[in-house]
Design a protein around this ligand. Structure first.
Ligand SMILES: Cc1ncc(COP(=O)(O)O)c(C=O)c1O
Length: 351
């Protein structure tokens, strides 16, 4: 079969390598190192009754729960089969195929893949600052009223994030018609996180959609995320969203996870604390690190470090595929034991 011409220029999404055996330490995909409490799964399975029937197509009960947490309304929320799906739905709903799309030079690869799939879209890459922050001024210079902008905050793979104050200032300076997708996949791990900001954001900025995910909180395998915007925008996105795109089990488990506030708090606090510990330990062995606000740390070291660690059963991610040089690596924060082993292996290889 002859594929569409456009596929010639579309790269295949590269994820982290899967686990090789039971002893593999997987620090290459920014997942949570911890399983969710078993009681959440038990409770959710009990709720599964009529699997022979289609469920309510928009995941209303989960949208109500998220809305309550974020002080917005369910009509401000759309669920996705992972937040990645919302990126695709957003582009298909709002970006004409001839429009320009701004993507930071070093960031999550799906923005570019889905943008290219959209047709003749011109992709404009913007710089990072010397400290590897997304250069918001460069974006402002390059954006006009027919542009769509992708910003991951915190960014992947750098882990760098902006305060909402800076994001608000930035949004105010853009033309009103410029569309922005603010990707908050890692926001729970950021010191800048403010769950009360969303109403203001979506009321003030009509051309903004924010995406978030349960993947980084322990549900990567279930595929569930969501988009937040004003209800008019969400209604448009719903025209493109595949029917029943999120399954009922994922909806129940996400709902019950949100009820377990203590688990989420413990998880995010652990990661934040461990992140600081790891910075110190990495510094001790003279590895260049970049301050991170996410559940991973970017480091710069020698070439082929990932291969050396893989020999020792530890998977980390080379950041080359994100647009950095091949001596940069992204390391997901694991359990205490996993992190100790990772530091031990790095010490062996590098000192
Ligand atoms: C910045 C960013 N956005 C979105 C996603 C997609 O996550 P998911 O589709 O699992 O919600 C990821 C996944 O790693 C990511 O790093």
């Amino acid at each position: 079969m002859k594929p569409r011409k456009i596929l010639e220029s579309i790269p295949i999404y590269v994820g982290g390598k899967p686990i090789i055996n039971k002893r593999t330490i997987k620090l290459n995909s920014n997942e949570s190192a911890f399983n969710i409490p078993k009681k959440i799964i038990k409770k959710s399975l009990k709720s599964l009754k009529n699997l022979n029937r289609y469920h309510e197509p928009t995941g209303l009960f989960l949208r109500e729960k998220i809305a309550e947490e974020l002080k917005i309304i369910p009509e401000n929320i759309i669920l996705g089969n992972g937040s990645g799906e919302i990126i695709k739905i957003f582009i298909e709903s709002f970006v004409e195929s001839y429009e320009k799309i701004i993507i930071p030079q070093v960031t999550f690869s799906l923005y570019e893949i889905y943008s290219k799939l959209n047709g003749n879209t011109t992709i404009i890459k913007t710089n990072l600052t010397d400290g590897l922050d997304i250069d918001l001024n460069d974006i402002l210079e390059k954006a006009d009223n027919k542009t769509t902008i992708f910003i991951a905050n915190p960014n992947n793979p750098t882990g760098k994030s902006y305060k909402y104050q800076d994001i608000l200032q930035f949004l105010k300076k853009l033309p009103k018609e410029t569309k922005v997708l603010l990707d908050e996949a890692y926001i729970e791990y950021s010191e800048n996180y403010d769950p009360s900001i969303y109403r203001k954001l979506i009321e003030e900025f009509e051309n903004l959609i924010i995406i978030r995910t349960f993947s980084k909180l322990g549900l990567a395998g279930l595929r569930i995320g969501y988009g937040i915007s004003n209800s008019e925008n969400i209604a448009q996105l719903n025209k493109v969203r595949p029917p029943f795109n999120t399954n009922i089990l994922a909806q129940y488990i996400a709902y019950n996870l949100l009820e377990e506030k203590n688990f989420i708090k413990k998880l995010t606090n652990f990661v934040k604390k461990e992140r600081e510990n790891l910075f110190e330990k990495l510094k001790d062995i003279n590895i260049k690190t970049f301050k991170s606000d996410a559940n991973f740390i970017l480091i710069q070291a020698k070439e082929n470090l990932d291969k050396e660690l893989e020999k020792r059963g530890i998977l980390i991610r080379n950041a080359y595929s994100f647009g950095l040089s091949s001596d940069y690596y992204r390391i997901t924060i694991g359990t205490k034991r996993e992190n100790l082993k990772m530091i031990k292996a790095l010490t062996e290889v590098l000192t």
